[in-house]
Ligand binder design. Structure first.
Ligand code: LMR
Length: 401
């Protein structure tokens, strides 16, 4: 049977990392996968994480199975991050959280749960969205639909078009939203737009699923949660998929969470029992280590404030690179206006580079960018910014750089 199977194409994002590793050019630059790099181009483990790991090692707790949704303390820590203790969802105990293998795991469990236990059919996604979103929901059997989002002319959101597309959604359809740091565009909804969307979602009886993979990388830990908090003040039911890959730097520990919000504590507990069924059939129970790190940091005021300062430092460095990138392009005489990159937030921006230019950057300059033109700003460093900008100038205006 296997002889008849065709080779799958490489993954649009992770496949790029494999290709980058094989690249022999010593000056190669990777702006593909969303991994944070420091000034020196490395991704060292956060100091708060190292200290938490030291404590965990010393405590040497037994490695027995976790409960299906993970440790309750982890769930409480996640809800505090996503909603704060004061938010009505927390105060009224209307949410339950499962520790999942990464944000991807959270999305897949959400997709399975929605398919099996609700009438939800189509899943509406922004155009563009993270390359893996359609695959995850399709794998669970949902038809995919798209709503307009990024406007390549204004480099902002075409909110009017987004609204009118969603007006065609059927009752019970799922709307996938990015809480902050929209991947791939870096353009986020304003609070007024979240407010408007909440009305549409409520009026049309849609199910919001919020992908929250970059909390802290946009404007701040609290600020980045403002949209999802506002939404969940208006709608009774939602699913929030968190990732701690970026803000805790726990990429390979696969640590994420799925938070189910319902109208009452009883409804939440009942629906969540079905989320547990989806988990049991998928991976049984979560890998403990990443969750223990998050719980340890969140539960200790000193580690918590150290972690917050580390998140702030990562965010500030990315925003500094946004400015340096735009200024350097200008300084070396690139005529095209890239100033929008300064206004965007998170790890990514849509550079506007065409597929041909992206492939030329790779073949001629060993610069790796996702085919859509998405660039990982967090991969820029003071050292690689000039060669990067010169290479971009070369593909944009050949012969001039
Ligand atoms: C990305 O978008 O680069 C990250 O979320 C990593 C991934 O899994 O694609």
């Amino acid at each position: 049977m296997f002889e008849k199977i065709e080779m799958a194409p490489p993954d649009a994002i992770l496949g790029l990392t494999d290709a980058f590793k094989k690249e022999s050019n010593p000056n190669k630059i990777n702006l593909g996968v969303g991994i944070y790099k420091d000034e020196k181009g490395g991704t060292p483990t956060l100091e708060s994480v190292k200290r938490a790991e030291k404590r965990l090692l010393e405590a040497s707790a037994p490695k027995t199975y976790l409960p299906i949704p993970g440790a309750p303390e982890f769930g409480a820590a996640v809800r505090e991050l996503v909603f704060s203790r004061e938010h009505p969802v927390s105060a009224q105990n209307r949410a339950c959280t499962a520790h999942t293998p990464g944000g991807t795991g959270a999305l897949r469990v959400a997709a399975d749960f929605l398919k099996r236990c609700t009438g939800a059919r189509s899943v509406w996604m922004s155009d563009p969205t993270w390359a893996n979103h359609p695959a995850i929901f399709e794998a669970a059997g949902h038809p995919i639909k798209t709503y307009p989002y990024y406007d390549s002319q204004t480099k902002g959101i075409d909110f009017a078009a987004m609204r009118s597309a969603l007006a065609n959604a059927d009752k019970g359809d799922v709307v996938l939203l990015h809480a902050c740091c929209h991947n791939p565009s870096g353009v986020d909804l304003t609070l007024d737009q979240w407010r408007d969307l909440a009305v549409i979602i409520k009026d049309l009886d849609l199910m919001p699923v919020v992908d929250f993979a970059y909390q802290g990388f946009g404007e701040g830990l609290e600020e980045d949660a403002a949209g999802v908090r506002l939404l969940c003040e208006s709608v009774n039911e939602a699913l929030v998929c968190s990732s701690f890959s970026k803000n805790f730097g726990l990429y390979q520990d696969r640590c994420g969470a799925l938070t189910l919000v319902a109208g009452t504590a009883e409804n939440a507990a009942c629906a969540f029992s079905q989320v547990e069924k989806a988990i049991r059939a998928n991976y049984s129970n979560p890998p403990a280590h990443g969750g223990q790190i998050v719980t340890t940091i969140m539960g200790d005021p000193e580690l918590h404030s150290l972690w917050e300062s580390e998140v702030t430092a990562m965010r500030n460095r990315i925003n500094g690179m946004r400015v340096l990138f735009v200024d350097t392009l200008k300084e070396i005489g690139v005529a095209q206006d890239f100033s929008f990159i300064k206004r965007q937030r998170g790890m990514f921006s849509f550079s506007g580079l065409t597929r041909d230019q992206v492939s030329e950057l790779r073949s001629k300059h060993a610069i790796y960018i996702v085919g859509s033109g998405r660039i990982n700003v967090a991969g820029m460093t003071p050292e690689n910014i000039r060669p990067l900008c010169l290479a971009i100038a070369d593909v944009l205006q050949p012969g001039k750089a």
